[in-house]
Design a protein around this ligand. Structure first.
Ligand code: ARG
Length: 286
């Protein structure tokens, strides 16, 4: 009884939160003739590091509470976007969320495949700038270990995987149409790492965000087409077997001249190194 009352209050709030977060990252409405986000369904075994962030209390159970993506970078460490864990999205700080979970090893959100692991700790990058979206990452510690096979290594600064032209795969449960078609199953799109130039020109500063090459990565296809979209945020962009980006923002989805903008993972690696003080950090490989 009490629970259903709470739910009927929470649902519309969660919806309102979702409505307010989408314009933040997608200020321009998707035009009717916009290119369809050119992805394809995959099985989670093809990108086992891809996880879903979930809160059924906040977002309802129709898609297992999925509201963002994430990526496993160690057996108990998941990276996501800072903007996924904002109070405007969750309605409370992540530490106050009772049912914040990471769903791993699952292709179909409504299946029982894989596992749902409670979040033990969530830290939003204190340097995150919600105006430009610079530093858009957060670090989640899981209450239980994932299998090592679900972990993807991070690409440090200088890794050749950041070279423009490199093929990369982005995966998530986000919008597949640019018009609010949220799938039940995991999808992926093949994109390329693009030159910073393209994003600097596309996003010189404006309501959608400002491209900052030191902390962001530009990816997509110059002619538009395959791209991440709403609901994919926090999820992985993997090139040459290493994590190079986290889905962060863009203007529309898959539009020519408006590439996807990702959190540059080498900047996260740097941030994690600084946070853990003198701990040994992975060296950039030539
Ligand atoms: N900010 C969106 C999210 O919260 C991701 C948008 C990515 N957009 C893009 N065109 N790549 O899910």
């Amino acid at each position: 009884m009490r629970r259903s009352v709470a739910r009927s209050l929470i649902r519309p709030l969660a919806l309102a939160a979702a409505m307010t977060v989408i314009p933040l990252v997608n200020a321009t409405p998707v035009a009717a003739d916009s290119v369809v986000v050119g992805g394809f369904p995959i099985d989670v075994s093809q990108a086992p590091w891809t996880v879903a962030l979930s809160s059924r209390d906040r977002f309802g159970g129709t898609r297992a509470g999925q509201f963002c993506g994430g990526v496993a970078v160690a057996r108990t460490t998941v990276l996501t976007a800072a903007h996924c864990l904002g109070e405007d999205v969750l309605g409370a700080p992540p530490s106050r969320m009772r049912d914040l979970k990471v769903i791993a090893g699952r292709t179909d959100l409504l299946s029982a495949e894989g596992q749902e692991i409670p979040v033990r700790d969530a830290r939003i990058n204190p340097g995150y700038d919600s105006e430009t979206h610079a530093g858009d990452f957060a670090v989640i510690t899981l209450a239980k270990e994932l299998p090592q096979s679900a972990v993807v290594p991070m690409a440090s600064a200088g890794d050749p995987a950041y070279t423009p032209g490199t093929e990369a795969l982005v995966s998530g449960w986000g919008d597949t149409s640019g018009a609010g078609a949220y799938p039940r199953t995991l999808h992926a799109a093949r994109v390329r790492v693009l030159a910073d130039d393209l994003c600097t020109r596309a996003y010189p500063g404006g309501p959608d965000g400002t491209y900052r090459a030191d902390s962001m990565l530009c990816a997509g296809e110059p002619a538009g087409g395959p791209d991440a979209c709403q609901g994919d945020s926090g999820g992985p962009l993997v090139a040459a077997g290493r994590l190079v980006g986290l889905v962060s923002w863009g203007s529309g989805c898959g539009r020519p001249g408006n590439p996807g903008v990702y959190t540059r993972v080498s900047d996260v690696v740097r941030g994690l190194g600084a946070a853990s003080g003198s701990q040994k950090r992975p060296q950039a490989r030539p």
